[in-house]
Design a protein around this ligand. Structure first.
Ligand code: MN
Length: 240
């Protein structure tokens, strides 16, 4: 099947097993697909590849099966699962891509990313992000015990929920200037990302040229997938 698929923001968590099963069923139907791209926040949290996370095993196993069936699976870190590492990559046989990657969509270059770096109006978040994503913080985190990391992750989720509730909605969306800059930097007219949980296709122009920004939805009430074929692109809602 000449189709390339994009998903993000599944926020898979052992506490919501029906979403895990829905995603595994979705993967089972993808044999023959050209490629699957997971653009971050596949997991609600990921404290390290050494976490047995038994509730999530069906997910890693299903991704592995899909890879073994010959469908390339690519992953870009989200803000919740940026500690997904090489062991996960090996186990699932997926490939972790750079946080900004240009892919060829049947002849058209498209920039793909998680999308949190586009939310530049949220200054507090961007400061936090640059701190936790630095090499030395990641190194320090790896030295903590699994229990300590799980405790920190719980604390961060509580904090993030409070922070989100206190922020006006427009701050939580992307900044159009940041969108333009990213697209110009990579010389693309298509941008695909998630993170904001605001699924939509935005048409606009940059220097008079038609551009498109496609935002993937989350997997809470429904699933969300972008299907690209040589004939076009459609952002679809899935019943789960
Ligand atoms: Mn996110």
């Amino acid at each position: 099947m000449a189709q390339t698929l994009f998903v993000s923001d599944l926020h898979l968590d052992a506490a919501r097993p029906h979403i895990i099963s829905a995603f595994c069923r979705f993967l089972e139907g993808l044999e023959g697909t050209d490629a699957l791209y997971i653009l971050g926040d596949l997991f609600e949290y990921w404290v390290g590849d050494d976490d047995p996370a038994t509730g999530l095993r069906p997910v890693t196993e299903s991704i592995r099966q899909l890879s073994l069936a010959g469908v390339p699976v690519y992953f870009i870190h989200g803000n919740r699962d940026f500690l997904v590492g090489e062991v996960f990559e090996r186990k699932t046989r997926c490939e972790i891509l750079q946080e900004e990657t240009v892919v060829d969509l049947y002849g058209q270059p498209a920039l793909i990313m998680h999308g949190d770096t586009l939310c530049t109006d949220d200054i507090a978040y961007q400061k936090y992000r640059s701190r936790v994503r630095s090499k030395w913080v990641k190194k320090a985190v790896r030295m903590l015990s699994l229990r300590q990391r799980l405790r920190i992750a719980q604390g961060l989720r509580d904090k993030s929920m409070q922070a989100v509730q206190g922020k006006p909605p427009e701050i939580m969306d992307v900044n159009q200037q940041a969108v333009r800059q990213a697209m110009l930097k990579h010389g693309v007219k298509i941008l695909i990302h998630g993170h904001t949980h605001r699924p939509a296709v935005h048409d606009f122009t940059i220097h008079g040229e038609a551009c498109q920004r496609i935002v993937l939805g989350d997997w809470y009430e429904h699933g969300s997938v972008l299907k690209c074929t040589p004939g076009g692109r459609s952002l679809e809602t899935l019943r789960i």
